[in-house]
Design a protein around this ligand. Structure first.
Ligand code: FPP
Length: 247
């Protein structure tokens, strides 16, 4: 309802094209907090709320897949206190998501090596996936302990293993087969990758899947990234011509 009012105020037609899959690097939490003299953890807390709003809004506009970079394979290098704070936020979010599942009807999926996460977080992730599998509508993919290169290595290892077992031959490998060995199996590639926070890089995010994605960068920090910013990114995407290597 609130979002309907927002769209009416912004004169956004419900018929405007919305991509099928949007991926987001949720960057800028630390700087947002620093600007306010707060600990970095406070930025992640507001960042988690920003995610909740964007996920609800994405669902309301008919987006099918929303993929977010919640924790990378490199993020373990951060101070223990900060890593713990992010993990606690994720646990809290998932507990609430499981509690409110029937109301929100969002399908959950996780990309990344979850084996390094706490047993509790792994269990919550498993439960969220299992119990939400029946929902149609939006699917949220959380990238957790995720790295694009590690994902490609894992896919290559899985293929090599299948060859060793005599199930296939190296020369039979196709792009489609490799795609099916990624965490994102069955998820169409993102058409739009958004990076708030002012940095102009991909940071090992969805390297394989973003081959033809449009990128949208903005200086807005993630905790301040709301539906209005998402609409700006979608409008920018709609204004571009996608040629996929053609003319
Ligand atoms: C990048 O900002 C953000 C992260 C590494 C963590 C993202 C985590 C959350 C938003 C919280 C948990 C998420 C959910 C969905 C419950 P940064 O810390 O690198 O910011 P900076 O570049 O300003 O330092």
């Amino acid at each position: 309802m609130l979002f309907d009012l927002f769209r009416k105020k912004k004169k956004l037609s419900p018929e405007r094209p919305v991509p099928t899959h949007i991926a987001i690097v949720m960057d800028g939490n630390g700087r947002w907090a620093k600007k306010r003299g707060l600990p970095r953890q406070a930025g992640h807390k507001v960042g988690a709320e920003a995610f909740r709003t964007i996920a609800n809004y994405a669902k309301s506009i008919g987006l099918k897949y929303l993929t977010v970079y919640a924790f990378s394979t490199e993020n373990w290098k951060r101070p223990e206190e900060e890593v713990n704070a992010i993990m606690e936020l994720l646990e809290k979010y998932l507990r609430e998501a499981i509690r409110d599942m029937e109301k929100n009807r969002v399908r959950f999926c996780f990309f990344g090596d979850l084996s390094r996460l706490s047993p509790q977080l792994q269990e919550e992730a498993r439960e969220a996936v299992e119990r939400s599998a029946k929902y149609e509508g939006v699917q949220v993919n959380f990238c957790l302990n995720y790295g694009g290169r590690a994902e490609v290595v894992r896919a290559a290892q899985r293929f090599a293993q299948a060859c060793v077992e005599g199930k296939c031959k190296p020369e039979e490998l196709t792009e489609r087969m490799l795609s099916d060995l990624m965490y994102s199996q069955n998820v169409p590639d993102p058409e739009l990758v958004i990076r708030p926070g002012g940095e102009l890089r991909t940071s090992n995010f969805l390297l394989w899947q973003s081959a033809y994605a449009e990128y949208y960068f903005t200086d807005v920090l993630w905790p301040e990234f709301g539906p209005e910013e998402l609409e700006k990114a979608i409008a920018a995407y709609n204004s571009r011509k996608r040629r996929f290597g053609g003319v």
